[in-house]
Design a protein around this ligand. Structure first.
Ligand code: DGJ
Length: 569
């Protein structure tokens, strides 16, 4: 396999036989499944709880950008591609709306996708297509009028006190049938018109759930609510049989709604995958992991119901957080919660303001397969205070510098992330100015601010101290960057050998307790880069000032291979 070759070239070891066997069988199977095309289908592989997203048969790291909501028309694409290029992104997340492909029931129009796929292919940009249909942030705004205006055929959620909300009920059988039919047509179009798989993933719906009620209280919903909880859920939660309130008590309303939406989405995804077996995800309107309250979108895969969603929707490969918490503590907690052995971490959306960019490093530290700031286009919209006030060169720059650092060796990193131990951290201290923005505008997003300007990572025989805001020369203590913007990535290549890159950080390796007391030194620090085939290309050795004060990374991209050593006195 090409990516295994690349990996061995990098580290020169024969480890990972198990991985090779597992990934080979997956790829062979997908080649067979995809008789129409020479190009293997995109796929997710999981080996011992670690994941990789395979594109063209090898690990792929999504350096993504997501457009604003209404950029899904051919006339807008000229305002999208320049931002993608400026960012050094390799993937674009962009909607396809039910209202645009089936404006009249049974009449389909895929001209937008013709334009999108052709233009993406010309630029070698992969697409994550976002299916805006029954749910787009709780509401059916992107459903065609024949759906969203017909409350008899396509019923909405009814509250306990009998109000009708603008959120479609997951119990509407005709809604499910109509959405599924349109989605299957979309996947059929992709099967027949995208043989090279420019579209590498499909997001099924957008931020499913309902604001303003824990569930649907309509008559149809009440009947189901009083029926036995499905066996699979009882088994998972190890509960005796009963109806929803009997089994889940205070959580019954929310769990029932999450289950109902999860099953609905799963049915759509399953039908779509039967036509073209692309990886599929759902994105999440998060609740605050520290102060959840009750005002969040109920029924979506918030952190309290990830397990339930995993049972409800096995055809969904990934539950992907949309991160609009600016502060380090909350953003980092979300990344931890959504990175699981059964859930590859893909940050489907993150705010496009400067403070969020550094969480790219934390995402990779959680074995993330991708990252996509939201609202990255010149269609003249900005979602401040969630994101930046405007989209311009200054907005794009913090993301562009990170993607520029990674783009030539993104596949190498994705391979290491699957096969090896990796670490990634972002600067922990939030900038005072940004803290003021989110305290003033988004009151629930408060949390403790870590005071440290450095972190210590346990690499096994060595510790890595990552510190921010110090001069390159001398021991001055760290004072943090202003604004907070540093981050570091480390991968273990072999015993005592690490690949390290960072921005605006000093990385210092010291012996851990395992080898404490032994004399040690840096044996060699090579600076280099990876060529198009993933081969390491040596440039120079760092020594003297360049290593005496730790490894000091600036705003310029540097990739180092670091060999540590102990020696006998
Ligand atoms: C999250 C949604 O998923 C996006 O489509 C968008 O509406 C943002 N919120 C807000 O700009």
């Amino acid at each position: 396999m090409q990516y295994m070759k690349l990996f061995r070239q990098l580290v020169g070891v024969m480890a990972g036989v198990l991985v090779l066997a597992s990934c080979q069988s997956t790829t062979v199977q997908h080649l067979q499944n995809d008789a129409r095309s020479q190009t293997p289908l995109p796929d997710i592989v999981t080996v011992q709880g670690k994941h990789a997203f395979l594109v063209d048969g090898k690990p792929f790291l999504i350096l993504g950008a997501q457009t604003n909501n209404s950029a899904n028309y051919p006339a807008m694409l000229d305002k999208v591609w320049p931002v993608v290029a400026q960012m050094h992104a390799n993937t674009l997340g962009i909607p396809v709306a039910w209202e645009q492909i089936e404006p009249v029931e049974g009449q389909f129009d895929f001209s937008y996708l013709d334009a999108l796929i052709e233009q993406a292919a010309a630029r070698d940009i992969k697409i994550v297509l976002l299916w805006f249909a029954t749910w787009k942030n709780n509401a059916p705004h992107f459903a065609p009028p024949w759906v969203k205006l017909d409350n008899q055929r396509f019923p909405r959620v009814v509250t306990k006190d009998n109000r009708v909300l603008n959120s479609l009920s997951p119990h509407g059988q005709q809604t499910l049938a109509a959405d599924k039919k349109a989605f299957v047509r979309l996947m059929t179009y992709l099967r027949d018109h995208d043989p090279k798989h420019q579209v590498v993933m499909v997001q099924v719906q957008n931020e499913v759930g309902t604001y303003g009620s824990k569930r649907d209280f309509s008559e149809a919903a009440e009947t189901l609510f009083n029926q036995p909880v499905p066996e699979a859920l009882l088994k998972h939660y190890q509960k005796p049989a009963g109806n929803w309130p009997q089994v889940f008590g205070d959580n019954a309303d929310e769990y029932f709604h999450a289950w109902s939406i999860g099953r609905y989405v799963n049915e759509i995804a399953t039908a779509g995958k039967a036509v073209k077996n692309l990886p599929m995800n759902v994105n999440v309107a998060l609740r605050n992991p520290f102060n959840p309250g009750t005002g969040y979108s109920m029924g979506g895969p918030t952190d309290n119901v990830i397990d339930l969603w995993k049972v409800a929707a096995p055809s969904i490969d990934m539950i992907s957080p949309d991160i609009y918490f600016r502060d380090y503590k909350t953003a980092t907690r979300v990344l931890e919660l959504y990175s699981r052995k059964d859930n590859p971490l893909f940050v489907a959306e993150i705010g496009n303001d400067q403070p969020y960019a550094r969480y790219f490093f934390s995402t990779l530290g959680q074995q993330g397969i991708g990252f996509a700031p939201f609202g990255m286009d010149y269609t003249d919209y900005a979602n401040f205070p969630l994101g930046a006030k405007v989209v311009n060169d200054d907005t794009i720059a913090p993301f562009a510098e990170i993607y520029r650092l990674m783009s030539s060796w993104a596949s190498v990193w994705a391979t290491l992330s699957l096969e090896k131990e990796t670490w990634g951290v972002a600067e922990p201290r939030d900038s005072a100015t940004d803290k003021a923005v989110w305290n003033a505008k988004v009151s629930e997003q408060t949390s403790d601010i870590p005071s440290a300007y450095q972190q210590t990572l346990d690499l096994g025989r060595w510790n890595a101290e990552v510190s921010y805001g110090r001069p390159m020369f001398w021991i001055d203590p760290p004072t943090g960057n202003d604004p907070a913007s540093g981050g570091a990535l480390i991968a273990k290549l072999a015993q005592d050998e690490y690949l390290i890159t960072a921005l605006r950080a000093r990385v210092t390796l010291t012996p851990s307790d395992e080898i404490h007391g032994q004399p040690y030194m840096i044996e060699r620090v090579e600076e280099g880069h990876f060529d198009v085939n993933g081969n390491w290309v040596f440039e120079r050795v760092w020594n003297g000032d360049q290593t005496d004060w730790g490894l000091n990374f600036t705003s310029q991209p540097h990739i180092l291979k670091v060999k540590m050593a102990t020696y006998k006195q």
